[in-house]
Design a protein around this ligand. Sequence first.
Ligand code: CP3
Length: 348
Amino acid sequence: MADIKTGKPILDVLDGRTATRTPIWLMRQAGRYLPEYRATRAQARDFLDLCYSPDLATEVTLQPLRRYDLDAAILFADILLIPQALGQNLKFVEGEGPRLEPVKDATDLDRLRLDGCADHLAPVMETVRRLSQALPAHVALIGFAGAPWTVATYMVAGQGTDDQGPARMMAYRQPELFGKLIDLLVQATADYLLAQVKAGAEIIQIFDTWAGSLPQAEFDKWVIAPTRKLVALLRQGAPGIPVIGFARGAGMGHGIYAKTTGVDAISVETQMAPSAMADLAGQGIAVQGNIDPLALVAGGPCLDHAVDELLGAMKGHRHILNLGHGIVPQTSPDHVSQLIDRARKFEA
Ligand code: CP3
């Protein structure tokens, strides 16, 4: 491949070119740890109103870029917009998280409809269009969705759970019904992501936050197979769009996930050793991650050390510096500056 730089380091890494620097962005880089986010959030009726307001969603997406030298912006939205677009009732309870009317049986599943999705999600596409006009030249725009498995865990339980028990039980007891739900999500998610690409998203990240809760055979069925179908649909509709897969907690499963789903890069959890990340990168896959979000809360020497160790191990490999999961609300914005400064100094 010709080594012509795009001017966007993150696209260079994803496409297999040598980047001018290690690209950096952080999951949940827009969020409650920023006072300006809290101020904008207070202007919205609730969290969902923020997601569906192109003015406010564009604003909060851009906020971290005004403070920090980041290489990507991620669309501000949520993985649970798809269940809502399919017709499932959704609300966010202040301080508690999402609540949905659980999908328990075939009758509940039959009520969900693909035909209304595009209209329902149109405001998100307006946000993407505005962002793609507003970003500085070296910053890439990441669109995203939840993976079918992770979204299904919320749809079946009706809320977040510690062990994703309800969805795991449905997958064991009613595999046919659960398979239909997953198939519906593959289609809805492909349509949604292709619309994001058409509106200007340059990279797609698939969040499979709960991939780690499944034993291997179930992981193959509900994480790998649907992700492979989803990526194939994306390749059909948008050839060349880079895809990052975040099968959080996959551990030893990341290698097979990387090789069989067709993603261009994997994002890995904090628990993976930098040497294991380098091994995976050595097999030709770009790897994103994986500073501990709590090391970011702590700051100080432990954060410096984590950054140096990771960048030392990933030197010469295709690496996107990120956390192993999202920024938590109690993070000091200064520690985000510290992380980025330290990484830039490491390479200087
Ligand atoms: O990364 C980003 O900056 C982009 C925005 C983004 C949000 N959610 C905003 C958000 C992204 C990529 C997500 C993905 C998401 N949403 C996931 C997968 C990634 C992950 O973090 O594991 C999941 C599981 C959800 C579902 C969800 N959304 C839950 C369980 C909650 C409640 C927990 C919480 O942190 O309050 C949300 C709410 C949410 N999504 C917030 C933000 C900024 C906080 C809402 C607020 O402002 O009150």
